[in-house]
Ligand binder design. Structure first.
Ligand code: HEM
Length: 407
């Protein structure tokens, strides 16, 4: 095949603009790309050139679990992307390939196992109870993003990390600045450096050796550095990424509450049948388009054929977990919110080696928050007309900016 034939056979490159969508509306551009083919080509607002996009469930799982696609190479390339700024840190697990990736994840794994997360559940419940009591004492109306959805995941991730509660506000501020370019790339860069310096300092402090301390993420990282399993700068990079990731729950649970408030019959069922709640949370995770466009790409290390399309060595590929979660071959009637859906093998937390570190933690926090919304606030409803609820603009991760509710 000469070059002209190859180019002629390629699907067109579609421009995928950054859209500010309302609520949990599914991105119309993504829906169109899914209709166009299992493998299409896209150009996002920032970076250079175009990239492949893979949308079907089986293909998404195949690509994300295939060592012929590298994350490490992404750092060296200005791949077309949604984010205007791009600030990878040394040791950031998102940009590593096995075996280094495996080595880094192993260092913190005990904090994220069922046991690690369950250890935290009671403390998390108490922290949430305190926040709920304050909201109840002040009375309706209240902005749940400000009062519960923001502070709770922040408190939990700080507890998990071993960050003292007095430092929570600055963690929150740095996280926001790192994840957004609204204040300029330099400000984001400075926030990243400040957070790195903070964790470098925390890691260098002598641990008091009590069990709780050693099982915090900073405690685990300190031990891994002392044992020569990871370097000090890798430990800092890992701490930063986990700390930032921790606040994803704010947006995701904000979207969950938005969906429940706009589906009163589903909400009533969860109040009447608490046993359905864990299943419902999985269905909400599947149904909610958690992010705008796509996240991090992968680069082919050699020629690979995906769904009959040849992806050449060096070409960037995105998968869409959002699209995979709407694949009708796996999820019949994918557009409907069905709390009886079973099985529900959604990929809201990703798939393969980069599967979300905090998945179990996020689920635990979601369970506590949904229980609190349903059980502590009977009659919970919007305090403003639904169309007045404001959603984050220009955001990588979608979610309500505020959720004014009454009860
Ligand atoms: C509902 C909330 C959350 C959702 C929907 C979510 C989703 C995801 C997804 C889709 C990925 C990327 C998989 C890939 O790169 O292919 C990811 C990675 C990651 N998440 Fe989460 N996440 C959530 C909460 C959290 C929490 C609470 C933490 C930390 C405490 C966290 C930390 C991370 C980290 C560190 C990675 C990078 C993993 C790697 O590349 O090996 N996430 N998450």
């Amino acid at each position: 095949m000469d070059e002209t034939t190859t180019t002629a056979a390629l699907p067109p490159v579609r421009h995928w603009p950054a859209l500010d969508l309302f609520g949990v509306e599914f991105d119309p551009v993504l829906a169109e790309l899914m209709r166009e083919g299992p493998v299409t080509r896209i150009k996002l607002p920032n970076g250079d050139g175009w990239a492949w996009l893979v949308t079907r469930y089986d293909d998404v799982r195949a690509v994300t679990n295939d060592p012929r696609f590298s994350r490490k190479l992404v750092v060296e390339n200005d791949v077309t992307r949604l984010a205007p700024h791009f600030i990878p840190v040394d040791g950031a697990v998102g940009f590593e390939d096995p075996p280094d990736h495996t080595r880094l994840r192993r260092a913190v794994a005990p904090a994220f196992t069922t046991r690690g997360v369950e250890r935290l559940r009671e403390r998390a419940r108490r922290m949430l109870d305190e926040l709920v009591e304050e909201v109840l004492a002040d009375g309706p109306p209240a902005d749940f993003t400000e009062r519960l959805l923001g502070p709770f995941p922040l408190a939990v991730v700080c507890e998990l990390m071993g960050v003292p509660s007095i430092d929570r506000p600055r963690m929150h501020e740095w996280t926001n600045l790192i994840l957004s370019s609204a204040h300029g790339v330099e400000r984001s860069q400075r926030a990243k450096e400040d957070m790195c310096a903070y964790f470098a300092d925390l890691l260098s402090q002598p641990r008091d050796g009590d069990g709780d301390d050693d099982e915090s993420v900073v405690g685990l990282l300190g031990t891994a550095v002392a044992n020569g399993e990871i370097t000090a700068s890798e430990a800092v990079g890992l701490a930063l990424l986990i700390q930032i990731g921790g606040e994803a729950v704010t947006n995701n649970c904000g979207n969950m509450l938005f969906v429940l408030l706009t589906h009163p019959e589903h909400m009533a069922r969860l109040r009447a049948e608490p046993d359905v709640r864990p299943r419902a949370i999985d269905e909400l995770l599947r149904y909610i388009p958690h992010r705008s466009a796509v996240g991090l790409s992968r680069i082919a290390l050699e020629d690979v054929t995906v769904a009959g399309v040849r992806i050449r060595a060096g070409e960037p590929v995105y998968v869409s977990y959002l699209a995979a979660n709407r694949d009708p071959h796996v999820f019949p009637a994918p557009e409907s919110l069905d709390f009886d859906r079973s099985p529900n093998p959604h990929v809201a937390f990703g798939y393969g080696p980069h599967f979300c570190v905090g998945a179990m933690l996020a689920r635990m926090e979601s369970e506590l928050l949904v229980d609190a919304f349903l059980d502590r606030f009977p009659g919970l409803r919007f305090a403003v007309p639904v169309e007045e609820v404001r959603f984050r603009r220009g955001a990588l991760i979608r979610g309500p900016e505020s959720l004014p509710v009454t009860w």
